[in-house]
Design a protein around this ligand. Structure first.
Ligand code: ZN
Length: 1014
């Protein structure tokens, strides 16, 4: 699953049990009872865990390169369990129960007859309630939670196969279904407990498979607290027998973003509807009664009945379609391999498609709205998908395991995309691309989301988490691969070595530096906790830890074989090391004090890095002092023209002395070479000065990634008060000579929060002036792009074009006069000629600058273009440009329009509000609007927790006055429940902002004043 990500600003894996391949091959597939039962139980968090490694994957790992080794490593070291899914599942499933499909399921709910034969009717009413109460009391006497009240499903049953027959009624947005689940009994029990939520159940029947005898149902009931449906039987189901559970139900195709939901688009002036699913992590239960935990892998045979004007899609290809005389058709899909419910999927739509075929014969189709397909907007995605499947097949040495892969572009989706096996769903903005009007940045976004989802077809779908607490491994790995896979497609872009730093490492350290952060591996007790684990910490910290592990393990160690991996170096136990990084929240800052003693001894100390050091630790039982990591610190010594080769020092104590042989009077120390480690490094002021001198005199002695790393560390150390405020500003002076993109990008990102802390203060212009001076000469040198890039140019000059873009962005946003004029001229030319000649790569900058500088007519013009354009990438940047106005009336108008789903898509409304909050003229408006509309917003996004927390942090992160902090605290007090985690993070962030203002703002301005008069 990929979360919504903006490249220029700010996106989770689980226990792993990989099985012996042999078991997969020789049909006797099925999890052996021991490990299966064990895996379904709660997992001890620090003790030894069992793992068996799939031979085929091991072979794949052995011949693959560094990155992949990391995963194996992590999986082994953490003994994280994933479940391997075999292409060969159990033998053909028996037809469910006594087979006959009831006619009632084919009718719209309400219109239909009750099931043909009287099935076991669902009993309700007072008698049933009484029984229920008695039963609960009985459990209480036994001092046990009844099986339906437990956070996890009881383990006495296991689904082997589902036969699911659906009828979708798009005219009234309802569907009906009949599911037949073949159950294996592990422990005798009178109860069948499975997930079902927000549906109406018409009939339930339980039959013994072989004997064809029915088992009488005593009663059934929903237990909403755990989102389960309970079938109580008159007698126990017997061990080792298998039974068939049949449930007939109906539900709504909801107008929200989870479960089986609907969305729409306009074609030739006519609104058309589609229905699509999003089941991850816990929403399959809204579409059919099922055992909705990833451990319960089963095979699925799906049939979908719909009007013939629609087509239906699912994970597997259609086997047969049966047409009826009344204009309805039933598509019967092939049976799936064993899989979890969360990546099952289907869709009913009237899209068209284009297709391609990989070398190994996988048919890849991209389905989208017909006008987009006709325009060729899906061709880029289709083309790279074919190449990426070939890449992953070679990389993992495991072929793609389904006969087809469909990519579905939908107008509305809670995430950027979802990796459903064989039917991945993408929001249009993350897959459709019109080359004539897309920037490199947009192309990059689209590319990385596709690389991510395809990676999951192996790591996630084929090999699946057993439970949710280690979501970070699956997601961290896919996130890491976004960079590796993009390097495969565009070798010159150096994504993994460079952009990973700014977009992942620097980004997540911002979040993880809060005292209210959480460990990357989070305990998950109940369903309501599960959404919470899909957050940036899981995705980005996961990816950063995988990269750190890969770099300190090294390639050669791996070749010694998995057994030897338990130990690396003299005294380092990898499992112990990694537990510290995955089970503790936050990260360390290392302080290197050099040359203070004789004999070339340096002192290295570690402490937990936090932005607001006044904040009480989240867990009062352990103060920040008790945090300790084993840190693989790489360190090098340099002088004016030379840097020594790096040495690795394992730092495991609060403070340690180390001897550095080549340390001379004028030489500097540099830690965390190429920023492969997940920590910050601080030095004594003398060493910082030496580093600044080095950068000024000859920055190329220090690697590009370390230049970016020094900038990011310095800005953040200063923000948290570990370093004087002037040091980062002094470092960035060397940028006038910097020709590489990455350090500029790091500086631009680090300046952003500082700018937001200062942008409403009276001395803001001093800061502004200082930044403009640093940018001026590079802006002049690079100039503006003159024409649009063609494809080959994109490949060759990515770094250069991105550097130019970054510098133009800084120049325009800090008020460089030439930049402003240029933007105004380009906008005027567009308006007068009605031809948009603005270079693609800087369009967003030009639009935003134009809207902020020019009068209301320009805003209206952009507003009109936003309505008339159909290209999704263009629509998005036009919408964001509207938030750049300094006219508060227009900003208010926009905020009010943002909640109208006909005008602004649900997922875009959040961006509108956040962007208005970033605008200093709109911050208070967005904050007020957010509080007034919180009920509506929370109802709309509450369940898609990720979107909700993005909204909360986006609106609050730059509040920085005492008054705003009070307002925030009062607001939290005045409403109940939900988003509590996001709000505690928000309070901490704003407290840190206020603290910074109080302690350091004046220090910064004083230095700036002095510096500008020199
Ligand atoms: Zn993912």
């Amino acid at each position: 699953m990929a979360l919504e990500e903006k490249r220029e600003k700010r996106p989770p894996v689980t226990p792993m049990m990989i099985e012996e391949e042999a078991a997969l091959r020789n049909g006797s597939r099925g999890l052996p009872p021991g490990p299966w039962a064990e895996a379904a139980g709660p997992r001890p968090r620090t003790t030894e865990r069992h793992i068996a490694v799939h031979k085929r994957l091991v072979l794949g790992f052995a011949v693959s390169i560094l990155a992949l080794l990391a995963v194996t490593m992590i999986a082994v070291m953490l003994s994280v369990r994933f479940e391997e899914c075999g292409a060969a599942a159990d033998g053909p499933p028996r037809a469910g129960g006594n087979g006959s499909l009831s006619g009632a399921a084919r009718q719209p709910p309400g219109a239909g007859q009750p099931p043909g034969r009287p099935e076991e009717e669902v009993r309700g009413g007072e008698a049933a309630e009484e029984e229920e109460e008695e039963e609960e009391e009985e459990w209480q006497r036994r001092r046990e939670l009844p099986p339906w009240a437990r956070p996890r499903l009881p383990r006495h049953l296991r689904p082997l196969h589902y036969n699911l027959m659906l009828s979708a009624f798009m005219e009234n947005f309802t569907f009906s279904g009949e599911v037949n689940v073949q159950l294996e009994v592990r422990n005798a029990s009178r109860y069948i407990v499975l997930h079902a939520h927000r549906m109406h159940i018409d009939a339930v029947r339980v039959a013994e498979d072989k004997l064809a005898g029915g088992v009488r149902v005593a009663r059934t009931f929903f237990y909403p607290q755990t989102q389960v449906f309970v079938v109580v039987l008159n007698r126990s189901l017997e061990v080792q027998r298998s039974y068939n559970l049949k449930i007939i139900y109906n539900a709504l195709i909801e107008n929200e973003l989870l479960g089986f939901f609907r969305s729409s688009y306009v074609l030739h002036g006519e609104r058309r509807f589609l229905g699509v699913t999003q089941f991850s992590p816990t929403h399959a239960r809204k579409a059919f009664p099922c055992f909705d935990e990833p451990i319960y892998k089963a095979t699925f045979k799906i049939s979908i009945r719909h009007q013939a004007t629609y087509l239906s899609l699912s994970n597997m290809p259609v086997e047969t379609s049966v047409f009826e005389e009344d204009g309805w058709v039933t598509d019967h899909f092939s049976q799936t391999p064993l899989m979890s419910t969360y990546y099952l999927a289907w869709a009913v739509c009237n899209f068209t498609y284009r297709e391609t075929v990989t070398k190994s014969g996988v048919v890849v189709r991209l389905y989208a709205r017909p006008d987009a397909i006709r325009r060729g907007s899906g061709d880029y995605a289709l083309n790279i998908t074919r190449r990426l499947i070939e890449f992953y097949e070679d990389y993992f040495k495991v072929p793609y395991s389904l006969p087809k892969l469909d990519l579905l572009a939908v107008p509305k989706h809670p995430y950027a995309a979802m990796e459903n096996w064989g039917l991945s769903v993408f929001v249009e903005q993350r897959i459709l691309l019109d080359p004539s009007i897309s920037s490199i940045l947009y192309l990059l976004d689209v590319t990385m989301v596709i690389v991510h989802e395809l990676c999951h077809q192996w790591f996630g779908d084929l090999v699946t988490p057993v439970w949710w607490e280690d979501v970070w491994l699956k997601e961290g790995f896919a996130h890491y691969f976004e960079f590796v896979g993009t390097d495969y497609l565009y070798p010159g872009w150096n994504m993994e070595k460079q952009r990973f730093l700014t977009d992942v490492l620097h980004e997540v350290m911002l979040l993880d530096g809060l005292a209210s952060s959480h460990p990357v591996s989070q305990e998950v007790q109940q369903a309501s906790d599960i959404d919470r684990v899909f957050d940036w910490i899981a995705y980005k910290k996961g990816a950063a830890l995988i990269r750190m592990l890969a770099s300190f393990m090294g390639h050669s160690v791996f070749q010694m074989g998995l057994q030897a991996l338990k130990r690396v170096g003299k005294s380092v136990n990898i499992q112990e090391v990694m537990d510290q990084w995955t089970l503790q929240m936050g990260y360390p800052v290392i302080t290197v004090l050099g040359n203070e003693t004789t004999d070339n001894i340096i002192v290295i100390s570690q402490e937990r890095f936090v932005y607001d050091r006044d904040t009480k630790p989240k867990d009062p039982a352990r103060g920040d002092n008790s945090y300790l990591w084993q840190i693989p610190l790489t360190i090098a010594v340099g002088n004016t023209s030379h840097i020594s080769s790096e040495a690795i020092i394992w730092v495991s104590n609060k403070s340690e002395h180390h001897r550095i042989p080549a340390l001379e009077e004028a030489s500097w120390l540099l830690g965390n070479i190429n920023q492969t480690g997940y920590f910050r490094v601080n030095y004594d002021i003398r060493n910082w000065r030496l580093l600044i001198n080095q950068l000024t005199r000859n920055h190329e002695v220090i690697s590009v990634s370390n230049r970016a790393g020094l900038i990011d560390d310095a800005f953040n150390l200063a923000r948290a008060g570990y370093l004087p405020q002037n040091i980062p500003l002094e470092i960035m002076r060397y940028l006038s000579e910097e020709k590489d993109f990455l350090p500029w990008h790091a500086a631009s990102r680090a300046l952003y929060p500082l700018d937001k802390l200062l942008d409403r203060t009276e001395n803001y212009n001093i800061f502004n002036e200082y930044i403009l001076r640093q940018v001026a000469s590079m802006y002049l040198k690079l100039g503006w792009p003159t024409n649009n890039l063609n494809k080959s140019l994109v490949q060759a000059s990515y770094q250069h074009e991105e550097l130019r873009r970054e510098v133009i962005m800084l120049a325009c946003s800090f008020g460089n006069k030439h930049c402003h004029q240029q933007a105004a001229t380009l906008i005027s030319d567009w308006i007068s000629s009605n031809r948009n000649r603005i270079p693609l790569n800087v369009r967003d900058i030009v639009y935003c600058t134009g809207v902020s500088l020019m009068d209301e007519d320009v805003w209206e013009f952009i507003w009109m273009k936003f309505h008339s354009t159909t290209a999704v990438s263009e629509k998005k940047i036009l919408l964001e440009a509207l938030t750049c106005s300094d006219d508060r009336n227009l900003l208010n108008r926009l905020l009010n329009l943002s909640l109208n789903s006909e005008v602004v898509l649900d997922q875009d409304a959040i961006d509108v509000i956040i962007h208005v909050a970033r605008n200093p003229h709109g911050r208070d408006l967005a904050w007020k609007f957010f509080r007034e509309k919180w009920k509506i917003l929370n109802a709309r996004y509450g369940e898609a927790l990720f979107m909700n927390s993005k909204l909360v942090s986006g609106v609050t992160e730059f509040l920085n006055t005492e008054g705003e902090l009070r307002e925030l605290k009062n607001f939290i007090k005045s409403y109940e429940g939900g988003a509590a985690v996001s709000f505690s993070r928000a309070v901490e962030t704003v407290e840190a902002n206020v603290r910074w203002q109080r302690l350091y703002k004046e220090e910064l301005f004083q230095w700036l004043r002095k510096s500008l008069t020199q």
